[in-house]
Design a protein around this ligand. Sequence first.
Ligand SMILES: NC(=O)c1ccc[n+]([C@@H]2O[C@H](COP(=O)([O-])OP(=O)(O)OC[C@H]3O[C@@H](n4cnc5c(N)ncnc54)[C@H](O)[C@@H]3O)[C@@H](O)[C@H]2O)c1
Length: 308
Amino acid sequence: MGLGGCPTETVVIAGQGYVGLPLAVLAAESGHFQVVGYDVAMSRIKQLSAAESYVEDVSSARLAAVLAAGAYRPTADERDLDGFDVAVISVPTPLREGQPDLSHIEAVARALAPRLRRGCTVVLESTTYPGTTEELVGPLLEEGSGLRAGPDFSLGYSPERIDPGNRVWGLAETPKLVSGVDEASLEAVRAFYDRMVNTTVPVPSPKVAELAKLVENTFRHINIALVNEIAMFAHELGIDAWSAIDAASTKPFGFLRFTPGPGVGGHCLPVDPVYLSWRVSRALGRRFRFVDLATTSTSTCRTTSSSG
Ligand SMILES: NC(=O)c1ccc[n+]([C@@H]2O[C@H](COP(=O)([O-])OP(=O)(O)OC[C@H]3O[C@@H](n4cnc5c(N)ncnc54)[C@H](O)[C@@H]3O)[C@@H](O)[C@H]2O)c1
């Protein structure tokens, strides 16, 4: 539709960081939505209102265009959450004392709940352990609204896969996993993203979508640790690890190239696998040994970079 259209749906994106801001701007640019970019950090809201982007993937010119078109409104005022049709939760999920800290998700769910109306859709995008959408977000929304997830409003999970700075695979180009607590929710979540991204991929449940994101990042975490350990051994054995990896990479199947580097760092890779191992140990009383080993190994390497 483009910026000149006449959008009728109001979308709230809670959390205007690396995940929420690109989504908010893409939604506003689609011409389908009136977008409210909600964030508790007043300093960020001031920057956004002045069309100053602090996220690499969103230029200040794009921000200025959606602000000027009236399609995007940054705010720190909770009252601006009133009247939403779709709400996306993209707030941080850090660790506190080595355990998942879902307080930011809880705060947003509590703020959205009294504003829920029949027919609304709520999507969680924050990376988290399997079960968060149905066991935490759903009940908080239901308690605060008196409505039921499924029959009364749609609820789902759609993980964010952005790779900040990647010029090939941006938000619109990267297939987007979508899920819902029931068939109608899945359709509502899918219809929302279909208006912005090239490909949506429905998965059977929010738990599957939540786990899929952790599979992706745990896979990277473990492979980074593995190749770094191989590189250290190879060095001590007097063998050039890079040549060996180049040679292995000529195999056209069954091998995925990872190269030695500073290890894991950034927002996601050191944190996300811990969400999975925490869930495994809480629910099953067992350790997720691969994650433990990769975490010990990469911290031994004094690692710093890589996102996800
Ligand atoms: N950065 C990435 O590359 C990336 C990729 C995929 C998934 N994720 C996941 O997405 C989620 C968000 O990550 P991010 O990188 O955008 O974080 P971020 O720190 O860049 O941004 C989060 C924003 O949420 C705001 N916030 C905190 N509590 C809030 C509340 N109660 N209401 C409204 N806003 C609130 C913060 O002020 C901040 O501006 C995390 O779960 C992260 O693991 C991040």
